[in-house]
Design a binder for this molecule. Structure first.
Ligand code: BG6
Length: 491
């Protein structure tokens, strides 16, 4: 399938995103031979820099992750050049591609494909998009854009961005990244849900009691306070990453899981779920903001120089969503997300109902409920809390785990597993859009969250303070326990 020649323009190449995520993903593709021989990565940004300076900036990140691979890293970096230009100058962008075309012609290439990777804030999108359209599109091969969040701040700003993008490029050319869709466990959902007869028939309101999606980080907003303060945790991870996970958990089976129209089959099902969710009310959420821990090992959120002292931006939120369709009516989908919490963990808990038989047979004991847990990170795992008889002379049911740790089962595969970005960029090169978010999904997701976000922005609910490295505000746990009863006998 490999293209005859490929140019990857990394717009915003001097930035952190390009260095920490895009470059390592491209390197992983390079080492696995997924990039064509005739390939150039052109870093593009406004600052003055030489090719060598960009390579020098990217090298340590690659070396850190791939010790002992100096030679391969240098071979990869020899494909990287840097060109300076303004974001609103069609001329500057065209100059880059004029040079590329000359190289392509010298190589006798017929088909030139182009990937435009936007590692820049959306405020410059309109300018650089127009400049690309005017001066950089290939006439012989494909042109694809990879665009990073934030995709606006609410419905209205999203509509503006969408109008700009749709005015310049077609949906088939546009790849909106939500990197959570590239994570192994989220990719796994399609198989786990639909390829197992022990789950597929049970995946509905008759058997499932509640779903809890948890995102916890044990770091604060270090260095990103400026960005974060105008977004907050709900926009930063819930409206996008966690909602995308919810859609994968709740959607009906796509028509097919491969082939020509696969990308749209999956996204058609996801968007239906999003349409079935009512906008979230501020009364259905708990907000929190972290303060310094007692030992002073970290600054509180508002102590960050880039955050105003009186900021009421939430760094924690717990909320509930309802998918009003025949499959899910009445099942709460709870989301909990926070920065500076007691641990780093992203997981989904699908809690099943207690079978009637168990209620009849064991009236005096609390039978633990079955729970399917998908641990997205760290250490990917799937495990099922299952009841067995407590060994010994008593006959009571006790929960144990049917446990699938990926590191144990797939040791060889997990040692060098591709990053979410590696997988997504490869999909883009192959023209596969299933793991990218479609315009109508973004619109539907914003519709769910915009009223809540506007209420938060208007200060209608003050976040409760919580100590960094704690579980978050106690109210958050109380809120979640209305929908999801933790089993006291089992964590
Ligand atoms: C980003 C958010 O989209 O996702 C960050 O802006 C967050 O605040 C990050 O830390 C989490 O991604 P990951 O892959 O580290 O779980």
């Amino acid at each position: 399938y490999l293209a005859e020649s490929l140019t990857i323009l990394v717009i915003g190449a001097s930035g952190d995103l390009a260095k920490k995520l895009t470059a390592p993903a491209l390197y992983q593709l390079f080492t696995r031979d997924y990039l064509p021989k005739q390939m150039t990565i052109v870093g593009y940004a406004r600052s003055e820099k030489s090719d060598e300076e960009l390579r020098k900036a990217w090298r340590p990140v690659l070396l850190e992750a791939h010790e002992g691979e100096e030679e391969t890293i240098d071979a990869f970096l020899s494909k990287v050049v840097y060109r300076r230009g303004q974001y609103d100058s069609a001329e500057d962008v065209a100059a880059v591609f004029k040079e590329q075309e000359e190289n392509e012609q010298a190589d006798g290439q017929q088909v030139a494909n182009r990937l435009f990777y936007f590692a820049v804030p959306p405020s410059v999108f309109a300018d650089i998009g127009a400049a690309i359209k005017e001066g950089a599109l290939s006439q012989t091969g494909w042109n694809r854009l990879v665009v990073e969040k934030p995709f606006g701040k609410d419905t209205e700003s999203f509509e503006e961005l969408s109008k700009t993008i749709n005015g310049l490029f077609t949906p088939e050319q546009t790849y909106f990244v939500d990197h959570y869709l590239g994570k192994e466990m989220n990719q796994n959902l399609l198989v786990l849900r639909f390829a197992n007869s022990m789950f597929e028939p049970l995946w509905n309101r008759n058997y499932i009691d509640s779903v809890v999606i948890t995102f916890k980080e044990d770091i604060g907003t270090e260095g990103r306070g400026g960005y974060f303060d105008s977004f907050g945790i709900v926009r930063d991870v819930m409206q996008n990453h966690l909602t995308q996970m919810l859609a994968l958990i709740a959607m009906d089976a796509p028509v097919r899981a491969s082939g020509e129209n696969f990308g749209n089959y999956v996204r058609d099902e996801k968007v239906k779920v999003l349409h079935a969710i009512k906008p979230i009310s501020i009364d259905d959420c708990v907000l929190g903001q972290y303060t310094a821990p007692d030992d002073g090992s970290m600054a509180g959120y508002t102590e960050d120089d880039t955050v105003p002292d009186d900021s009421v931006t939430p760094t924690y939120a717990a909320l509930v969503m309802h998918v009003n369709n025949p499959r899910w009516a009445g099942v709460p989908f709870v989301m909990k997300a926070g920065k500076a919490l007691d641990q780093k963990k992203v997981e989904v808990r699908i809690k099943f109902k207690t079978p009637v038989a168990a209620e009849c047979m064991f009236p005096d004991v609390r039978v633990p409920t079955n729970e399917l847990v998908l641990r997205v990170q760290p250490n990917e795992a799937v495990y099922m809390k299952t009841n067995v008889k407590m060994p010994g002379l008593a006959g009571v049911p006790v929960a144990t785990e049917l446990d699938l740790s990926y590191r144990t089962r797939f040791d060889d595969k997990m040692a060098d597993s591709p990053s979410a970005y590696t997988r997504l960029i490869l999909d883009c090169l192959r023209g596969k859009q299933a793991s990218f978010v479609r315009d109508d999904e973004l619109r539907a997701a914003w519709k769910i969250f915009t009223p809540l976000l506007h209420d938060i922005d208007a200060g209608k609910k003050q976040p409760t303070k919580y100590k960094a490295f704690s579980r978050g505000p106690a109210e958050g746990d109380e809120f979640v326990s209305q929908f999801y009863k933790r089993d006291p006998t089992y964590e």
